[in-house]
Design a protein around this ligand. Structure first.
Ligand code: NAP
Ligand code: F7E
Length: 347
């Protein structure tokens, strides 16, 4: 039985990856942080009632090197997936030092623990399309130069290079997955897609009046998280360690995401005004449903991302499966169900 260790198992991707590896017969160990309230909603269905004897949790933190070395020494996993991060780009401007420590130095801590192990351990690093930032090429691939635009992206660029360096210097099987945005009903509530779909569900239910956003014109290449964790696993099954882009190849504006999400709820949005004064109105009754606030603008923005995952297709046989419209439909419908079930929380 193969043993995998996942950092960030309580996050969106970690939860889907744990499910995938369990179906493939792995013993899965997930790193969890001590928190004053439990935050294990995304993985509870995996372990409650001893449903999966092969799923185990272990306390730790990417800021604690002795803890990480101890875990690697004790577990001797076959594969390590480093998904833990302070992953919010906007918030990284407010907590840059902490973000660099966890996202950047945290990766070296883990790599160094693996380097010292007697066992040949394969390592996956959750790299990000944010490293392309102010893009040098219209469509970004593994060969596109980096131009990071936030403390988060600068830290991910460092983590990318240190992963490659440990691969070359110490012959580690260490792979970088440069993943473009991927979303799901498990996406954190303060990322733009989930903020939109959850707000729409609350608006329909009468629990919220309007949705306030930042830059409506930013463009992203949005995929579906369960498709992407399959690509992570494939990277570690390949015969040599390498770096791969995973993306849909399409790009859409935040504005488009808003319009299509409201459409699922049979609401047509009409835009009026410009910049911070722009509003989105319900065409049928004139209600203001969307507002813009400068509070959500970033000090330096990534205007557009669009990925080319041809290499992952050719070498790993990985392809994006879920369309933009299917993703939106899944997220809006899941949030409508969620709010119907738990609406008392928001009253
Ligand atoms: P997420 O939902 O924000 O999950 C982040 C995970 O990291 C959570 O389990 C969190 O634990 C954990 N974590 C945060 N700080 C930690 C620390 N100091 N020590 C240990 N664990 C810590 O992120 P995601 O969307 O699943 O993304 C997974 C990884 O892929 C991240 O590294 C992210 O930067 C990267 N990435 C994501 C995307 C995307 O579009 N989703 C694209 C490219 C790259 P708590 O639950 O305790 O907070
Ligand atoms: O923003 C704009 C915002 O926070 C997307 C992380 O998983 O993907 C994610 O980073 C865009 C940006 O994701 C709001 O300015 C407008 O242009 O959903 P986001 P992100 O910054 O692209 C990458 C690949 C990662 O690696 C990261 O870990 O939407 N936007 N209005 C807004 N964004 C937010 N959060 N909230 C708004 O109200």
């Amino acid at each position: 039985m193969k043993k995998a260790f996942i950092t960030g198992v309580t996050g969106q991707d970690g939860s889907y990856l744990a499910e995938l590896l369990l179906t493939k017969g792995y013993e899965v160990w997930g790193l969890v942080r001590r928190t004053s309230v439990f935050n294990r909603e995304r993985i509870e269905h995996i372990y409650l009632n001893k449903k999966n004897e092969n799923f185990k949790m272990i306390y730790g933190d990417l800021s604690d090197s002795s803890n990480l070395s101890g875990i690697i020494y004790e577990l001797e996993p076959d594969e390590v997936y480093n998904l833990a991060a302070q992953s919010h780009v906007g918030i990284s401007f407010e907590i840059p030092e902490y973000t660099s420590d966890v996202v950047g130095t945290g990766t070296v801590r883990l790599l160094d623990a693996i380097k010292k192990s007697k066992k040949k351990i394969k390592f996956y690093q959750a790299s990000s399309s944010e490293i392309f930032g102010k893009v040098h090429e219209k469509i970004q691939s593994e060969s596109t130069p980096f131009y990071p635009r936030s403390p988060y992206a600068c830290s991910k660029a460092f983590a990318f290079y240190i992963t490659r360096n440990y691969r070359e210097a110490y012959n580690l099987f260490a792979a970088n997955g440069i993943l473009f945005n991927h979303e799901s009903p498990r996406r954190g509530e303060n990322f733009v897609t989930r903020k939109i779909t959850l707000s729409i569900a609350r608006i329909i239910k009468g629990l919220q009046n309007e949705l306030t956003l930042g830059n409506l014109d930013a463009k992203r290449d949005w995929g579906y998280a369960p498709d992407y964790v399959e690509g992570m696993w494939r990277m570690l099954q390949h015969n040599k360690p390498d770096d791969f882009v995973l993306a849909t190849g399409e790009t859409h504006t935040v504005r488009e995401f808003v319009e299509k999400s409201f459409n699922i709820a049979n609401i047509d949005i009409q835009w009026e005004g410009k910049g911070a004064n722009e509003i989105g109105i319900n065409k049928s009754n004139g209600d203001v449903l969307v507002k813009v606030s400068e509070k959500y603008f970033r000090p330096s923005e990534v205007d557009i991302l669009q990925g080319n995952s041809e290499k992952a297709k050719t070498v790993l046989g990985w392809e994006n499966k879920t369309t933009f419209d299917q993703l939106i439909e899944k997220m809006v419908n899941a949030d409508i169900d969620y709010v119907n079930k738990y609406n008392f929380i928001y009253k």
